[in-house]
Design a protein around this ligand. Structure first.
Ligand code: SAM
Length: 368
């Protein structure tokens, strides 16, 4: 009895200790400036490693020119800024890159634009602004979380969307500036986002089955199923090629909607479900992850593989499944479990099927 009580007490103490350590870890993780004091190079926090990668990735012309040549993307931002930034506004351009959104805002009549970037691309942004006689822009070589200004701003403009929407830390970066430096009632441009995870069929001539699903001229690979790769990355297919996707099996609907004016990163759901009635019968190859950003009813930016006028430089991700077939009217239930929204490799997915006529509970079929 006494032993049992002691064990209970010890377990409770250790549970508290673990919770306190987890809280301390999260606090340190959110303050990369402390990292060199606390960690050896090899132990850098995830956020520090990501900051370094991101600054390096966007430093070269190659990434910037792909984004700038993406006409639907640039038309969307140009229209959004012309419609929603008012002459006299004070603006933060979070992640200015070559300074293009800051230049649009300045030409629209912004009184002051703080154009922030932590990458070395900023020196080219300065050259470009001088060459184009862009005034009222102050370039700030800094990570946004280290940026301070004495008067709050009217607008935050940003382009922080990754292929999987959240994988460039958009929510953390924008909400940090929102909470510290945006006026009450101020505007975030764009702010409304929809994430999609739609069941798809890949175009027949493009489909690549898993190795163990193959039979190549009578050579049967099924024996290799026991060696299925365990790395989640294997089950992700990245593409920006629209011809890869033949159709969605159901009618697309967002699996998640966020508004950056109100979202709190730590309160985002980590488990999501969707149900699709199959309207295109046939093979299921996976679930396509893409996003839409909406500024007005008639002003939308999409990375959807089947959307006309999609912004072509964004890729979309296919969360692969084993080959499966669905009949017209069957119901497909999908679950996405997320450890970190910023890290698609931490996402896991499963799906099940139900007949439309005899409802029953979904049977898990594939886990990524
Ligand atoms: C997707 S690019 C967009 C560039 C530019 N705004 C445009 O629309 O062409 C994102 C830029 O944000 C910068 N960046 C990302 N996160 C940042 C942060 N938290 N603070 C400052 N710069 C950041 C990157 O270095 C990169 O230049």
């Amino acid at each position: 009895m006494i032993l049992h009580r002691l064990q209970h007490l010890s377990a409770a103490i250790f549970a508290r200790l673990r919770r306190a350590l987890a809280r301390a870890g999260a606090w340190i993780e959110a303050r990369p400036k402390l990292a060199p004091w606390l960690y050896a190079e090899s132990e850098k926090s995830r956020e520090t490693r990501y900051r370094e990668f991101n600054g390096w990735y966007f430093a070269n012309f190659y990434e910037q020119e792909k984004m700038l040549a993406d006409q639907p993307r640039m038309d969307f931002y140009h229209a959004a800024i012309r419609r929603h930034i008012q002459p006299g506004d004070r603006v933060i351009d979070l992640g200015t890159g070559t300074g293009i959104l800051a230049a649009f805002a300045a030409r629209r009549g912004a009184a002051k634009v703080y154009a922030i970037d932590h990458s070395e691309i900023l020196r080219h942004a300065r050259t470009l602004a001088a060459h184009n006689r862009i005034e009222n822009v102050e370039f700030v070589a800094s990570h946004s979380k280290d940026f301070v200004v004495d008067e709050r701003v009217d607008v935050i403009v940003h382009e922080q969307m990754g292929d999987c929407l959240f994988d460039e830390s958009m929510v953390a970066n924008v909400s940090d500036l929102r909470d510290r430096l945006l006026k009450p009632g101020g505007l975030i441009l764009p702010s409304r986002f929809e994430l999609f995870c739609e069941p798809i069929k890949v175009t027949d001539r493009r489909v690549v089955p898993h190795l163990w699903e193959l039979n190549v001229h009578g050579i049967d690979y099924s024996c290799l199923e026991r060696n299925r790769p365990q790395e989640p990355e294997y089950y992700h297919l990245r593409s920006s090629d629209q011809s890869l996707v033949e159709h969605f099996l159901g009618e697309p609907e967002p699996i998640l909607s966020v508004d950056l004016h109100t979202v709190i990163e730590t309160e985002m759901p980590l488990e999501l479900h969707l149900t699709r009635t199959v309207v295109h019968a046939g093979r299921l190859d996976g679930f396509a992850v893409f996003f839409r950003a909406r500024v007005d009813e008639d002003l939308c930016l999409s990375s959807g593989p089947l959307d006309r006028g999609r912004a072509p430089h964004w890729g979309f991700r296919i969360l692969r499944t084993d080959r499966d077939y669905f009949e017209l009217g069957e119901i497909l239930d999908f679950t996405l479990r997320v450890e970190r929204w910023t890290d698609p490799e931490s996402w896991r997915w499963s799906y099940g099927r139900r007949s439309a006529i005899v409802p029953g509970s979904p049977v898990p079929a594939t886990v990524g």
